[in-house]
Ligand binder design. Structure first.
Ligand code: ZN
Length: 410
């Protein structure tokens, strides 16, 4: 049978209230932290999940659990930092609050198999990974030389080669995770837009990657017979249980980790930086590569969004990115990468600017974008001191001064 939820979110709220008072006649004994997530899930309207996911179910067979309840229950598990489905199913059986807050009756909660069945319906592919499970073993990426250093990467040349390719390639919004994105877009992102918290016509996006550790060790096993023949270290294909994950360097904690890089775009102009587009990238991937891939994937999924400003860290400091931003009328705010050698001239200028101007970052951007600094009192000093050097920088890089965008810097 297809899942049907005629009562929508109101039906969930009504059932929850009646059940809640039955199990907790004195609700005020619950601590404040518990009330915090009760309130969050009480307002979390996931009723569209049932209509979106109808096509994932068959008209035959027994009535399934409501997809909205399954999703709500899984989100509640993540909220409580429970990542094991087995543990979560036991908690649903033991604690009435978790069962009724998910939308189930206490004593009639789903088992482990029901959750995995739900996950396989949400993932729109027969295979459970993007990469093939049998592949050749790879060497570990070399560690950054300096303290806190990332994997050495010539991000400038990567960007200049890859950006034009991706720009003309037109990535298609068809992935095994397109249904997950649809659930997120309709019930979270569109809600933010509807409430005026995110403005898709004037977006200021901030993007960065963060490590997501999935396991302590990479699980792989031999599928060849070299070891029996006496060769213990061969380079034949191995069977990987998580082929989309690999080893990356966490420069903040200064350690290797196994898993993904979550590359996330947030609306920096919104209250508390609401999420716009998340994408899991390979852990070994440099931020520049993740940025390019996730940026153009985002453009494919959200073509109507108009990006006006882009805030990125020094890993994204490459001329190709500035050139792209100029073509697309995006104002970039990118930290300078101190490791790029040809930037020494700008560093010299920036030292001068730090002495005379508090708006050092703006001056950075102006010089990197070959723009004129706006004529404000605080910039006059900077211009006087750096004028001659800045002019030579302009001619050195493109020989052209971009005048018409200075109004954005006031
Ligand atoms: Zn072998």
């Amino acid at each position: 049978m297809l899942p049907t939820n005629p009562g929508g979110h109101a039906a969930y709220q009504d059932t929850f209230v009646s059940q809640f008072l039955k199990f907790y006649p004195d609700p005020f004994v619950l601590p404040k932290s518990t009330w915090d997530y009760i309130v969050q899930f009480w307002y979390l309207d996931l009723s569209q999940t049932d209509s979106i996911m109808q096509e994932c179910y068959s008209v035959f067979g027994p009535e399934p659990r409501l997809p909205s309840c399954m999703l709500r229950s899984y989100l509640l598990a993540l909220k409580l930092k429970v990542t094991s489905i087995t543990v979560w199913c036991r908690m649903l059986k033991e604690t009435p609050l978790y069962a009724i807050l998910s939308g189930f009756s206490f004593g009639d909660t789903p088992g482990v198999g029901t959750f995995y069945d739900f996950f396989s319906r949400i993932w729109q592919d027969d295979k459970d990974s993007l990469s093939p499970k049998d592949r050749f073993p790879k060497m570990k990426p070399p560690k950054g030389k300096k303290k806190g250093g990332k994997t050495p990467c010539d991000s400038s040349s990567i960007a200049s080669k890859l950006l034009p390719l991706l720009e003309h390639w037109q990535l298609k919004p068809q992935n095994p995770f397109f249904l997950i994105f649809r659930l997120y877009q309709q019930q979270f992102l569109d809600q933010s837009i509807h409430r005026g918290l995110v403005n898709p016509r004037h977006l200021a996006l901030a993007g960065d990657g963060t490590p997501v550790r999935t396991a302590a060790q990479q699980r792989k096993k031999r599928i060849c017979h070299c070891k029996e023949k006496g060769c213990s270290s061969c380079n034949c294909k191995r069977h990987y249980s998580q082929p989309d994950c690999n080893w990356g360097w966490d420069s903040h904690r200064e350690c290797y980790f196994f898993g993904y890089h979550l590359y996330m775009y947030v609306a920096s102009g919104s209250f508390s930086g609401l999420p716009v587009f998340p994408l899991l990238e390979r852990a070994s991937r440099h931020d520049m590569l993740s940025f390019l891939h996730s940026f153009f994937t985002m453009k494919a999924y959200l073509p109507e969004f108009r990006i006006e400003k882009l805030l990125l860290d020094s890993a994204h400091d490459a001329y190709a990115v500035y050139e792209y931003c100029r073509r697309e009328n995006i104002v970039p705010f990118i930290d300078l990468n101190p490791d790029i050698p040809d930037i020494s001239l700008i560093r010299m200028i920036s030292l001068l600017m730090m002495m005379v101007s508090p708006s050092v970052k703006w001056a950075y951007v102006c010089i990197k974008m070959d723009m004129k600094l706006p004529s404000t009192a605080q910039n006059t000093g900077a211009r006087n001191q750096t004028g001659s050097v800045a002019v030579s920088v302009n001619t050195l890089f493109t020989g052209e001064i971009w005048k018409n965008r200075t109004h954005l810097y006031r």
